[in-house]
Design a binder for this molecule. Structure first.
Ligand code: ADP
Ligand code: MG
Length: 343
């Protein structure tokens, strides 16, 4: 007796798969910004309406796509970033490689992509509806790519219902765009919400000017440089932390990047907080933007496509290196009192 099991249809399979990648507007923004960075963009403009639930547009001046590439890009499991498992084994240097973002976003929204290759003659516009190509035609557009995502989850009301308020969804979008803007100070990144520009970095290349654009003058001028090396363990750390007075009531302004990639690392966050040695008020957290360069065999940054977790070879070593570097920076500026001598 086997009459309980049925094969799912393609549309249902697509929607289930989409759920893995696309949780909310911010996940769409993340995928599109990563694509723009992988496409070697010098400029990325992110525009959202209603926290991204109505419309998301990400526009870049990257390498662009030909009509054939554009048609291929929206199919399932298509990528220009790896060719086979050997490439995976050798180590991926792009932010994406799974070849599923455009396809799955297309399954749960109305997508329009316009693109023109660098140095190319003509642009192309492609529209997707319910994950299928609806139209392809010529478009007058500049070199680079614009992906527009409208009506997220219009065809999955159950998912749409779980979206939060515009304010909450936008704050997730803001967090994501901020992350990439700070990690890529050499790219001019702008974020606009409901017609209002939230921030725009210059793309000049220095982290300090990106911090100024993103966090504003008060925070940026309170931040001091952190620099440290632990040659034995092959860990290098650089970045900025705020003085103990410039704080917020959430931990989310402590950002960690490992080998250029944003990660969510409780270990690093705890190390930063303990470096302040009790100088922070209760329930107050500093701003920190820290870049760790770690030998690739000492860290795994590809644990999960969405969770941004990281697995360390030697967790306590990382903690100590971070804590020492941040503490030294604060001490240098007379911002914390010297604790017991370190061994
Ligand atoms: P992945 O990024 O994992 O390769 P995606 O579905 O996100 O998969 O994108 C599929 C392909 O489409 C990419 O490999 C790339 O070749 C192309 N592509 C996507 N976005 C852009 C962009 N903004 N500029 C140029 N090419 C792009
Ligand atoms: Mg991608």
């Amino acid at each position: 007796m086997s009459d309980r099991i049925t094969q799912l249809d393609d549309a249902t399979i697509r929607q289930i798969a989409a759920g893995e990648v696309v949780e909310r507007p911010a996940s769409v923004v993340k995928e599109l910004v990563e694509n723009s960075l992988d496409a070697d963009a010098d400029r990325i403009d992110v525009t959202v309406e209603e926290g991204g639930t109505d419309r998301i547009a990400v526009s870049d001046d990257g390498i662009g796509m030909s009509e054939a590439d554009l048609r291929a890009a929206v199919r399932e499991h298509t990528t220009s970033k790896i060719e086979d498992a050997d490439d995976l084994e050798a180590g991926v240097t792009t932010l994406g490689f799974r070849g599923e973002a455009l396809h799955t976003i297309g399954a749960v929204s109305r997508v329009t992509i316009t693109s023109k290759p660098r140095g190319g003659e003509r642009g192309t516009e492609l529209r997707l509806e319910d994950g299928e190509v609806e139209s392809v035609g010529p478009a007058g557009c500049p070199e680079g790519t614009t992906v527009e995502v409208a009506d997220l989850f219009y065809n999955t009301p159950a998912r749409r219902k779980y979206l939060k308020t515009t304010t909450t969804e936008f704050s997730h979008v803001n967090t994501v765009v901020t992350r990439y803007a700070l990690a890529n100070p050499d790219v001019a990144v702008s974020l606009t919400h409901d017609g209002r520009e939230v921030f725009a970095t210059t793309g000049r290349g220095d982290l300090q000017s990106a911090l100024l654009s993103v966090y504003g003058r008060e925070v940026a001028t309170s931040m001091i440089a952190v620099d440290g090396t632990d040659a034995d363990r092959g860990v290098e750390i650089s970045g900025y932390v705020s003085d103990p007075e410039t704080t917020r009531s959430t931990r989310e302004y402590v950002s960690t990047y490992v080998n250029g990639r944003y990660v969510s690392s409780p270990v690093v966050r705890e190390a930063v907080l303990s470096a302040y040695g009790g100088q922070l008020s209760a329930e107050r957290y500093p701003f920190a933007v820290l870049f760790l360069d770690v030998a690739p065999d000492e860290v795994d940054v590809n644990v999960h496509p969405r969770k941004m977790e990281v697995r360390w070879g030697d967790e306590s070593a990382v903690k100590e290196t971070v804590e020492t570097a941040v503490e030294d920076a604060l001490l240098d500026h007379g911002l914390v009192r010297s604790s017991a001598p370190r061994g």
